[in-house]
Design a protein. Structure first.
Length: 378
């Protein structure tokens, strides 16, 4: 490092002395700045400046990224707000048409519109409206055969003027019951040749070149979601209906798994047993508690591991202590037919980790918070 510093100083010292006044002054400053006694200071000073410049550049870049993201979200949210004002009688008629239809809803599109179609098909199916996806390009090569006479086709396209649209529309008009255009151009070929128009016109895309579908695809998706939610509300689609179509997901489990599906046999002792037996039964049950019954099989209360810890904090003399001495209150309970998710909410409300399960006002089991969480219910 020192050799490098001295080489720098040697080069500076050899700077020509024949300069204009300004150049001569610069030469003197450089010689002073790179003086051997100041080289350490110079080195760290330049390093500090260099790091500061890098930091400022990174900050500017980060600020630019956030600014760009905000602009995209602003444009997309505005795109959705704008189509609110475009809702008209066509939307109402399409909702009524689907409600009265005996067929399915077939979504078709190409490019990014095809991806929006697939998402809407999933939403419609999970909320009680049978729907399928038909890719526009595949449709003109044989997939038209999936369309039945009672089906309603919703064709998603921004321009409505692509060659695929113009090829497919005449066949759709013959095969399906009604053709609905969800478009961003109400003057295009698709709009003019459809039975109903769902207007998803936008001012511009978030893409700086106004090319990549961004705002237009978001607007189409939002309009399709609005259609699905209107249908489920009119049908009276309930959370129980939703659970039927989501048996494997965490959302569905919240809606169909009952306490009786997860409860376990409860550990218990009689009220006159000694503390040692209480602890043994509690360990066997692995629930962190035991229920206490009288000799007449009447439920007297519950003892938790917390009750035993609190006893040990007060005294080490455990002789003569029996189960009924440890009972602090009656256990919190829940009916066996209630949902496991409601049980979890009750546990959180009561701040307990287990609840006694009752059937016809009699204890029939016990459920621990881990049983619910291990099932993926949260």
């Amino acid at each position: 490092m020192d050799s490098i510093k001295f080489k720098v100083f040697d080069l500076i010292s050899k700077l020509p002395s024949v300069y204009s006044d300004g150049d001569f002054l610069l030469s003197k400053i450089l010689k002073l700045f790179f003086h051997p006694l100041l080289l350490n200071f110079t080195f760290y000073f330049l390093l500090l400046i260099f790091n500061t410049i890098i930091y400022i550049c990174e900050m500017i870049q980060d600020s630019s990224i956030i600014s760009n993201a905000k602009e995209v979200l602003f444009l997309e949210s505005n795109g959705i707000l704008n189509i609110i004002n475009l809702l008209d009688v066509n939307f109402v008629e399409v909702v009524k048409l689907i409600l009265e239809s005996k067929g399915r809803v077939i979504f078709t599109g190409i490019g990014k519109s095809a991806h929006i179609c697939q998402k809407l098909v999933a939403t419609f199916n999970s909320t009680g409206t049978p729907a399928i996806f038909m890719h526009t390009a595949e449709a003109i090569h044989g997939d038209l055969g999936m369309i039945q006479s009672e089906d309603i086709v919703i064709f998603i396209s921004k321009s409505g003027n692509t060659p695929e649209v113009k090829t497919l529309v005449p066949s759709l008009k013959v095969l399906c019951k009604k053709l609905v255009a969800l478009v961003g151009n109400t003057e295009g070929y698709l709009a003019k040749n459809s039975d109903y128009i769902l207007n998803a016109t936008i001012e511009k895309e978030a893409c700086p070149h106004d090319l990549a579908p961004t705002v237009s695809s978001t607007a189409a998706l939002a309009l399709g979601d609005a259609l699905a939610v209107c249908l489920l509300k009119i049908r009276g689609f309930t959370s129980e209906n939703f659970a039927k179509y989501h048996p494997g997901g965490a959302l569905g489990k919240r809606l169909y798994i009952k306490v009786s599906d997860l409860m376990k046999p409860f550990p218990f002792v009689l009220e006159n047993v000694i503390l040692k037996n209480v602890i043994i039964e509690m360990s066997k049950g692995k629930m962190g508690c035991v229920l206490v019954f009288s000799n007449d099989n009447e439920l007297k209360g519950i003892i938790t591991d917390g009750d035993i810890r609190r006893l040990l904090e007060k005294t080490f003399d455990l002789n003569g202590i029996i189960a009924k001495d440890l009972i602090t209150n009656m256990p919190k309970g829940i009916d066996n037919q209630q949902l496991a998710y409601d049980c979890l909410l009750k546990m959180e409300e009561y701040k307990v980790s287990q609840l006694v399960v009752f059937k016809n006002d009699l204890p029939c089991g016990i459920i621990h918070i881990h049983d619910i969480l291990n099932e993926g219910i949260r």
